[in-house]
Design a protein around this ligand. Structure first.
Ligand SMILES: [Mg+2]
Length: 238
């Protein structure tokens, strides 16, 4: 654990549902002051997630959390200041977008951003597909289509909602922000003030955490069954 910076995935790495995984506290202690949590979460703000983690016993400041939903909004606010945006997303992300100066608008918006929206509906597919047909640029906060629930059942994620919109809109280009695309990795490295090749990504998903790290020449540590410590370190009680 002697790299300059660590990017740490959340679900399947530190927590599973509402359970802390066994090595979570140990890991954060090892990398104190040198880590960012990097998650494709596209529903909550870092503040909300920080509070949730605190309830589970993990103390992580909001400043140490990089999420796909809010990072997508940050990017749009920087690249298209004052743009009109159709945001398919939670009330928390809608507030976040307004606070960043984006104008939420469902009629002829400049941009459409799809995040994880538990109120997703037929009407929203129609709105988004029509906005795209009329020329709005489509952004998708994260590519994941589902994650496993407590009993292994698929829980819908942003990618599934985006797929419905894209299939309705017909051929269209979508810009994806979350892992494995480079934006979250680069954002986290910038916050840690390290280069990607000086950092290590720790995560359970080869397709997002692993592939994204590889593309940036970043080392990757694969977490299987929530186990992060080396077996040798375990036997030494470290
Ligand atoms: Mg994960």
């Amino acid at each position: 654990m002697n790299a300059k910076g660590y990017l740490i995935d959340l679900d399947g790495t530190l927590i599973s549902g509402n359970q802390l995984l066994p090595d979570a506290l140990w890991l954060l202690e090892q990398v104190k002051g040198r880590y960012m949590l990097v998650s494709n979460n596209a529903e909550h703000t870092p503040q909300q997630l920080s509070r949730r983690l605190k309830r589970l016993g993990l103390k992580v400041d909001a400043d140490n959390i990089v999420l796909a939903g809010t990072t997508a909004i940050d990017r749009l606010a920087i690249d298209f200041p004052g743009a009109t945006l159709l945001l398919i997303g939670s009330p928390a992300l809608q507030r976040y977008a307004r606070n960043k100066g984006l104008v939420l608008e469902s009629h002829r918006p400049d941009l459409v951003l799809v995040t994880r929206d538990r109120q997703f509906s037929y009407a929203k597919i129609a709105l988004a597909a029509n906005a795209i047909r009329q020329g709005a640029a489509l952004y998708v906060a994260a590519p994941d289509v589902s994650h496993p629930g407590p009993n292994g059942e698929p829980v819908p994620e942003t990618g599934a909602l985006a797929a419905a919109i894209i299939s309705c809109a017909g051929h269209c280009q979508a810009t994806v922000i979350g892992k494995p695309e480079p934006v979250l990795f680069q954002m986290a490295c910038a916050k840690l003030n390290v280069l990607p090749e000086q950092a290590v990504m720790i995560g359970d998903n080869l397709q997002t955490d692993g592939l994204g790290a590889k593309r940036l020449n970043m080392a990757f540590r694969h977490v299987v069954n929530g186990q992060i410590r080396e077996p040798a370190a375990l036997t030494q009680g470290k």
